[in-house]
Ligand binder design. Structure first.
Ligand SMILES: [Ca+2]
Ligand SMILES: [Ca+2]
Ligand SMILES: [Ca+2]
Ligand SMILES: [Ca+2]
Length: 314
C-alpha cells in the first residue's frame, strides 16, 4: 500500500516501476528506484518512464512526466559556465501539477556587450574591445583614444571629435534636424525657432521668419502679418480672397462702390437718406446724382425731389 500511495502522489501520468533502476535510491529508501530500468529514470526517488533528468533541461518525457509536482530547482538556459560570471545567474523553476517544469524565472543570460561597466556577455571580461569613433570604452563610458584623433562631431551628447567641446556646431535653437535637442527633427513644413518646431506660415510669434512677431490685431497668413478685417486676400480669415473688385470691410467682402453701409476706401456707413455712388456717399437729390447715382442734371438744370428741372424747384 505504501508503494501505491507514492505513485499516486505523482499525479497524472503513467509512472511505472520496473526492475533494475540504479539511480538515486537514497532519496526514498521506502520506495527507491531499485526497480528502475533504463530508459526509465529515477526522479526524486521515484521511477519515471522515459523521464529526462532535471539536470538535462527538465523536458517532459513522452508521457509528459518529467518531474515531481511542486518540486523547485535551480535552472539556467545560457551557455554552460556563463552563469559563473555576473551579472549572469541561474534562476529557479518549479514542477507543475502535470509533472513538467515551468519557465526558468529570475535567470540572467548573456547579451551583447555594451559600454556600461558590466560584463554583459558574461565571458569574464567587462566592456572588452568596445570602440566608438575615436573613442574607447573605459569604465562604462566612451572616451577619446588619443587627443589628436579627428572625427566628425555628432549631435549625441558626446565629444566625438575629442576637442573638448560637446556637440559643437549644432544649434538646437535653430537646427531643424535637432530642434530643442539632438535627434528631435521638425516636420518638413516646419522651422526651428528657439528650440521649438513651428509653422512660419501661420505663427504670429514667428511669421515668415523666426522672431518676426505680428503686431496686435494682425494675423499671420502665409508667412505675412495681415489685417483680416481689411485685407481682400485674407478677408475674415487667412486665404479667403474677395472676388473681382470686391473689397474687405470688417472681415466681409463687399462692393464699396455701391454698398451704402461700406462705402468707399474707408468702408463708410452713409448717413440716412444717402446712397453710395461710385464709392462716395451721396444725396440722390443732388445735382450730380439726381434720383439715381448715374443721373447728373444738365448745366442749366436743378435737381428737384429726384428729378432734373430747368426751373426752380417748387
Ligand atoms: Ca564581456
Ligand atoms: Ca558591458
Ligand atoms: Ca567635440
Ligand atoms: Ca557629439
Amino acid at each position: 500500500m505504501r508503494v501505491l500511495r507514492n505513485y499516486l502522489k505523482l499525479g497524472v501520468g503513467a509512472l511505472v516501476a520496473v526492475s533494475g533502476c540504479e539511480f538515486d535510491s537514497t532519496q526514498n529508501p521506502a520506495f527507491g528506484c531499485d526497480a528502475c530500468q533504463a530508459p526509465d529514470r529515477c526522479v526524486d526517488g521515484f521511477c519515471v518512464r522515459n523521464a529526462a533528468g532535471p539536470s538535462e533541461g527538465g523536458q517532459a518525457g513522452e508521457d509528459g512526466t518529467a518531474c515531481k509536482p511542486g518540486k523547485s530547482e535551480l535552472c539556467y538556459e545560457g551557455p554552460e559556465g556563463s552563469d559563473q560570471h555576473p551579472p549572469c545567474r541561474s534562476g529557479r523553476r518549479t514542477c507543475s501539477a502535470a509533472g513538467t517544469f515551468g519557465a526558468c524565472g529570475g535567470q540572467v543570460v548573456p547579451v551583447d556587450e555594451t559600454c556600461n561597466d558590466l560584463d554583459d556577455d558574461c565571458d569574464g571580461t567587462t566592456d572588452e574591445q568596445l570602440m566608438r569613433e575615436a573613442q574607447v570604452c573605459v569604465a562604462g563610458s566612451f572616451v577619446c583614444a588619443t587627443s589628436s584623433t579627428s572625427v566628425p562631431e555628432l549631435c549625441d551628447g558626446a565629444d566625438n571629435d575629442c576637442d573638448g567641446e560637446i556637440d559643437e556646431g549644432f544649434d538646437v535653437d535653430r537646427d531643424r534636424e535637432h530642434c530643442g535637442g539632438c535627434g528631435l527633427a521638425c516636420a518638413e513644413t516646419e522651422a526651428c525657432c528657439g528650440g521649438a518646431c513651428t509653422e512660419l506660415a501661420n505663427d504670429e510669434q514667428h511669421c515668415g521668419a523666426c522672431g518676426k512677431q505680428c503686431i496686435r490685431g494682425t494675423t499671420c497668413c502665409g508667412g505675412a502679418c495681415v489685417d483680416t478685417s481689411t485685407d481682400a486676400s485674407h478677408c475674415g480669415e487667412c486665404g479667403q480672397r474677395c472676388a473681382g473688385a470686391m473689397s474687405c470691410c470688417g472681415g466681409t467682402c463687399v462692393d464699396t462702390q455701391t454698398d451704402r453701409d461700406h462705402c468707399g476706401a474707408f468702408c463708410l456707413n452713409c448717413a440716412t437718406g444717402e446712397s453710395c455712388c461710385f464709392g462716395t456717399c451721396a444725396d440722390l437729390d443732388s445735382f450730380q446724382h439726381c434720383g439715381s447715382c448715374e443721373r447728373a442734371c444738365a448745366v442749366n438744370e436743378l435737381c428737384c425731389s429726384g428729378d432734373c428741372s430747368p426751373t426752380a424747384c417748387e
